[in-house]
Design a binder for this molecule. Sequence first.
Ligand code: UD1
Ligand code: CA
Length: 488
Amino acid sequence: MADPVLHDLTVIVLAAGGGTRMRSKTAKVLHPIGGRSMVGHVLVAVHGCAPRRVVAVIGHQRDQVGAHIAELAPEALLAVQEEQAGTGHAVRVGVEAADAREGTVLVAYGDTPLLTAESLRAFVAEHEAAQRAVSVLSGVVDDPFGYGRVVRDEDGEVVAIVEQKDASTDQREIREINSGIMAFDAAFLHEALPRLGNDNANGEYYLTDLLGLAREAGLTVGAHPIDDVRQTEGANDRAQLAELGRELNTRIVERWMREGVTVMDPATTWIDADVVLAPDVVLLPGTQLLGATVVGEDAVIGPDSTLKDCEIGAGARVVRVHGELAVVGEQADVGPFSYLRPGTRLGERGKIGGFVETKNAVISAGAKVPHLSYVGDAEIGEGANIGAGTIFANYDGVAKHRTTVGRHARTGSNNTFVAPVTIGDGASTGGGTVVRGDVPAGALALSAGPMRVIERWAQQRRAGTAQAEAAARAEGSGEGSGGAPGSA
Ligand code: UD1
Ligand code: CA
């Protein structure tokens, strides 16, 4: 940890609310944005403060929310707030679970996905340096409706936070609002929380009333407006979720551009929070890099490609591709219009071409599947070439089977490999071959029968049709049954 002031920090993340405006069976804080849940973003920011303890206060859909938090942050304590009686009550539940009596308690909400660790660290450092009992991370906004207003006296000292419903007409004009993020001296918090009342317009225990209790006790309180107020914004409905998602993406894309990634069209480029890009990656319009995707130096992705949890090697080219859990080697070539399903591993300088679907398939270095094929449950050796229109028939209706193609094998167009089958190193197959058994190394396998030609079939069997007329005309001009002109 960079900041030595953060000696004993307890963070309480409030996530008990119902989030009814989402109109969703999924708890609000679990809605995804930028590749993580909302609360996932908050937990990452909190983790960046190196807290001694983290407590998540859960209530609504506690099984769902609790399981998710336990998975992301196994060290976090889960405290159940049976009834949502207000932020003061929620923090009390958290403080009791953590038994936090010393140091600093930081309170954050579980639905603020843009929040960064840097902002939290700066806020806690300032709170501790000023030796306050209560600090409020405030924000100055154009439309303060709905927020608690920060009321200051003539000297600019913070007097109170007044909630929307409790505010006077004058107070409602105040544009400095409580972001919801607050820091407390733990000893004061522990002592004062049980003294909160709920005599207000909402009948709730307001965390913000602790400001008044601290002042009565002659303790210091203060508020500091954050410059980047969007970091404290929560999403209460899906429209706000989309808007925050767009903003989060703008920030992520800008960060990567500063790190040396070329993004031709930031507006149509989507990058999840956990994606990692090397310098000189080029992203063309309509590219979505999702999940834990990693892209190596000089790779060019797009246009119109979606890669989720993929690993793309340096210098690879990926054009109009949908990929998931796939690995593409250095300098390899994919697309256009390819579908890489989980377990695809394309080697260095390999190729997966147009209209090719791959699944659970290793295509080794320099091997190529250039056109119109399905490659499932396969291993293709180094430098092999698979003919156009090949189907790896991996499914017999009951079970899946594997196909192995040897090094530098050359298979013809329109083959079917009926798995399980092995084609040896350096083997070949003819066009249209249905490979039902193993082909030894170096052999040529053919299964299509010899071509039969029945002369004047169209004229006899399709008489009166345009087809027969065309055939008759060709016959008249000497291009008919004899084959090429001059051969008759
Ligand atoms: C609260 C603040 C307000 C601030 C605003 C910022 C108080 C009294 N008011 O108002 O000053 O401007 O946030 O968004 O603190 N929660 C629980 N248990 C509860 C109540 C709330 O876990 O019993 C959680 C909610 O899930 C939510 C957060 O606390 O994440 C805030 O609750 P909410 O009801 O939205 O507070 P506001 O009325 O918006
Ligand atoms: Ca709120």
